[in-house]
Design a protein around this ligand. Structure first.
Ligand code: G6P
Length: 619
């Protein structure tokens, strides 16, 4: 997590840093800071709180300060206070560092550096990096005399050779007012190459306003930038040539466009996002699915004995839907694993096992670690990822991009429906190659093509859903219950409410309720049931009555035209009909809106919920 940005160019650096930090704020927002270089000095301004708090303590932009680094933090080591905020200076005051990631051996290094005379001001792991660079910088004269390598660059390489863990770094040195260094391992780092200016950032959203030309650094690579150009190397000092790439999304895609929050915008974008995700991939007329990204692996996937889907958070819930889809449509035994657990439980990967990692950001550390573990154990590993060129996209053998457009709201919405859409397409295609007859596959593809339009119809009920949220807003405990394909949706509904409304919620398979959670039901406790048309409809009506009998307030998501359900519900949300296996892309929409409206009614910052970050790059 954390967002880093740096600027080197002809303009005053500060406005670009602040604008960029605001775009990166979704990555962490408990403290922020900038370091600006001019007149052989580094001026650091930092404080706890959000970017707007930082703006209040900044001086007016200075046209002499044309190099700078900035940071927005999600605390890991050390409380989110002013001192622990980045940038961190070294003990000589010459080196300043902003860092995204975790230095795992920081305690050992800290003891060693203290013995060598370094002093520390903060509790962070990052200060070990600035001090290590300072330490080597102090000892760099001889090296420079011998082979003429820039001693700042050399000191950075030596320091990075000592640390283990992950980093995206931007570093400046007061003795080199024309040099900016970036380095990457395990955390993303992109260099935007503009007209006489360079922007180094964790994410293209902070770059796209200035240039669409970028290079994506790979792990253990660094870039040394000056006004004359830039050069890329490994941290072992071997030159690497990087291709300039075009940043795919536009500025408009990451702006609010009249919506009050990114989350609401992204909820409403789902028909379009799914249209883009499925466009060119489903051919209703010829009853075909084309998934170019994994074309070379389709034979292997068709023959696979076992699929393992691995992910975190919302992507984990999408994976659970995927498990049901692969088993039902393609009859492939499938397991869904939390990425964080997968890595540490010595997973069994037999010949013929294919692992699929699912991630919106493509940067989630747990998921990336699961990918590496699966690769090490010999599995073919595929990715279903939204962010093009992200770490998981590059670490996997091949994959399918969501093409859902940038997702900024911390609570994931459109990525979920796009992940389910991709999993559905893949399951249909594998089914078609195995056991699914052409007319069943064709019917499924046709129904799938109608999902975006059906979502648009559900979105029109936003005001009705807001009233339901308002009627129950004083309740601090909610249940979300679903069966079959809608059980993962119940989990996702509860997660959404927790994330942004800070209301305690539990998602459960509806039938499990009677094995314990039913004891929680008290008078007026909201219970959200997904009771759409499907094979388990009668059973879920039974579950609804069990909750009603104990005083629960029943909120039901049901199929349009279901008159019977009315007598069982206190609040009703009707959605268009669809085959059960495609329903998750519809039933999740009211639950996203319910969580959104509840959070707004409770006065929370929907796009930046407390303690969370969009992209969790720590394990
Ligand atoms: C964080 C976010 C969640 C997200 C999860 C997985 O916890 O707050 O919204 O679902 O990470 O993220 P990914 O980018 O891998 O899908």
């Amino acid at each position: 997590m954390c967002g880093i940005i740096a600027y080197l160019g002809k303009k005053s650096a500060q406005p670009t840093l602040i604008e960029g930090l605001k775009r990166l704020e979704y990555r962490g927002y408990d403290s922020a800071g900038v370091g600006l270089l001019s007149g052989g000095k580094i001026k650091v301004k930092k404080c706890s709180g959000r970017i707007i708090a930082l703006e209040e303590i900044l001086d007016a932009p200075n046209s002499d300060e044309t190099i700078g680094i900035g940071h927005t933090r999600w605390a890991t080591h050390g409380a989110p206070n002013d001192i622990n905020a980045h940038p961190h200076l070294d003990y000589t005051g010459k080196i300043a560092v902003v860092h995204n990631g975790i230095i795992e051996n920081y305690e050992t290094l800290k003891i060693w550096l203290k013995n060598e005379g370094a002093t520390f001001a903060s509790e962070t792991d990052t200060e070990v990096i600035s001090n290590l660079i300072g330490y080597f910088y102090d000892r760099s004269e001889e090296k420079q005399k011998r082979d003429g390598q820039n001693k700042f660059e050399w000191a950075v390489q030596q320091a990075l050779g000592e640390v283990s863990g992950t980093y995206g770094l931007a570093i400046v040195c007061s003795d080199f007012p024309d040099i900016l260094i970036g380095a990457k391992k395990g955390s993303p780092l992109i260099l935007g190459v503009g007209d006489n200016e360079y922007i180094l950032a964790s994410d293209a959203s902070a770059i796209v306003e200035h240039t669409k030309q970028a290079i994506y650094l790979s792990d253990s690579e660094m870039v040394t930038i000056s006004s004359k150009g830039f050069r890329t190397k490994t941290i072992d000092n071997v030159s690497v040539t990087k291709e300039l790439q075009e940043i795919e999304f536009s500025l408009e895609q990451i702006e609010l466009d009249g919506f009050e929050h990114h989350m609401l915008k992204e909820i409403f974008e789902q028909p379009k996002a799914l249209g883009t995700c499925m466009g060119g991939r489903i051919d209703v007329k010829n009853k075909q699915i084309k998934l170019g990204g994994i074309a070379n692996h389709l034979r292997e996937l068709t023959r696979t004995k076992r699929l393992i889907l691995t992910a975190c958070g919302t992507a984990f819930h999408a994976s659970l839907v995927g498990e049901f889809l692969f088993e039902q449509l393609a009859r492939i035994p499938t397991e869904t694993e939390y990425a964080s657990e997968f890595r540490y439980r010595s997973p069994i990967i037999e010949d013929g096992t294919v692992v699929i990692a699912i991630s919106q950001s493509g940067e989630t550390a747990d998921t990336l670690a699961a990918v590496e573990e699966a690769k090490e154990r010999g599995a073919t590993v595929l990715g279903i990822v939204n962010v093009v060129g992200s770490s998981i996209a590059r670490a996997t053998d091949s994959g399918i991009y969501l093409h859902a457009g940038p997702e900024i709201g911390v609570a994931s919405t459109k990525a979920f429906t796009a992940q389910v859409a991709v999993l559905t397409m893949l399951a249909i295609e594998l089914g078609r190659r195995k056991n699914l007859n052409s007319s069943d596959a064709g019917a499924c593809i046709k129904e799938l093509s109608q999902i975006p339009e059906k979502i648009s119809r559900i979105l029109k009920q936003s005001d009705n859903i807001k009233k339901i949220a308002a009627a129950n807003i004083d309740r601090d405990n909610w249940l979300f219950l679903g069966r079959g394909f809608n059980y993962p949706v119940a989990l996702e509904g509860a997660l959404k409410l927790k994330e942004i409304s800070y209301i305690h919620a539990e998602g459960l398979p509806a039938a499990e309720m009677k094995h314990g959670p039913i004891a929680l039901i008290s008078d007026g406790m909201p219970a959200v049931f997904i009771a759409t048309a499907g094979p388990q409809y009668d059973k879920i009506i039974g579950n609804i009555e069990e909750v009603r009998a104990r005083g629960g307030k029943i909120i039901v998501v049901a199929t349009e035209g279901d008159e019977n359900i009315k007598k069982h519900a206190d609040h009703l949300i009707a959605i268009p009909d669809a085959p059960e296996l495609l329903q998750p892309m519809l039933t999740v929409i009211p639950l996203q809106l319910l969580a959104y409206h509840a959070a707004v009614l409770r006065g929370h910052d929907v796009d930046k919920p407390r303690n969370l970050a969009k992209s969790v790059t720590v394990e």
